[in-house]
Design a protein around this ligand. Structure first.
Ligand SMILES: *[C@@H]1O[C@H](CO)[C@@H](O)[C@H](O)[C@H]1NC(C)=O
Ligand SMILES: *[C@@H]1O[C@H](CO)[C@@H](O)[C@H](O)[C@H]1NC(C)=O
Ligand SMILES: *[C@@H]1O[C@H](CO)[C@@H](O)[C@H](O)[C@H]1NC(C)=O
Ligand SMILES: [Cu+2]
Length: 186
């Protein structure tokens, strides 16, 4: 009886160790977990417009909320057979020549890096810009998805500021298939 409970204790201990192994929850930003943003201008709207010239057509909208930002992805034209698609806020905007390669890496305000991948159950430990890592990928041909990200900021002085940065869609090979800048709606 005593031995049995000792054995089950050991089992529980190794299970706990497995759950906190590197790559599952122990990796966070060098500046700590992303901080929830509570002072965004509620209702302020930013839109990334995909005009179809890169195949993807539609919008990714970011609306200020009392906790971070509400995003709505509403796009068509995701290429069949190339998904599922990741999408991120990247660190830089799209240059005038439209090259998605020049949008930098994911927005990573708390300096976490991409490896190991984001653990969706622990979104504060993920890169701020890794929206599909936190809230799920989308698939071809059309995607409509709404979610709240507590860590996205609409104020330039805040960590996690997403304004004027690019939303980038990647295919399953991680190629950057389409990008557009988040622009403040007048
Ligand atoms: C991480 O741990 C959680 C439970 O804490 C588990 O649900 C999840 O599957 C684990 N993820 C990985 C990648 O091991
Ligand atoms: C933002 O999303 C929350 C739910 O996550 C919802 O209660 C709220 O009404 C939304 N706000 C706006 C401005 O869309
Ligand atoms: C596009 O513009 C960026 C920024 O000015 C530049 O670094 C890059 O070389 C350009 N790419 C092409 C293909 O013209
Ligand atoms: Cu990306």
């Amino acid at each position: 009886m005593q031995l049995l409970s000792f054995v089950s204790l050991l089992g529980a201990a190794s299970l706990a160790a497995a759950q906190t192994a590197p790559g599952n929850g122990t990796v966070t930003g060098k500046m700590g977990d992303a901080r929830p943003v509570k002072n965004n201008p509620v209702g302020e709207v930013w839109v990334a417009t995909f005009d179809g010239s890169q195949g993807v057509k539609g919008t990714v909208t970011a609306v200020g909320w009392t906790l971070g930002v509400n995003y709505t992805v509403d796009v068509t034209g995701l290429p069949e057979g190339k998904g599922p698609f990741n999408f991120h806020v990247h660190a830089k905007g799209v240059p005038v020549n439209g090259t998605c390669a020049d949008t930098g890496a994911h927005l990573d305000s708390f300096v976490r890096g991409q490896d190991p991948p984001c653990e969706a159950s622990l979104p504060a430990t993920c890169e701020v810009g890794d929206l599909s890592g936190k809230y799920g990928k989308v698939d071809a041909p059309a995607a409509k998805k709404t979610f709240n990200d507590p860590y996205s900021a609409l104020d330039k002085i805040m960590l996690g500021y997403i304004g004027e940065r690019a939303i980038v869609f990647h295919d399953a090979s991680s190629a950057r298939i389409a990008c557009a800048n988040l622009v403040k709606k007048a």
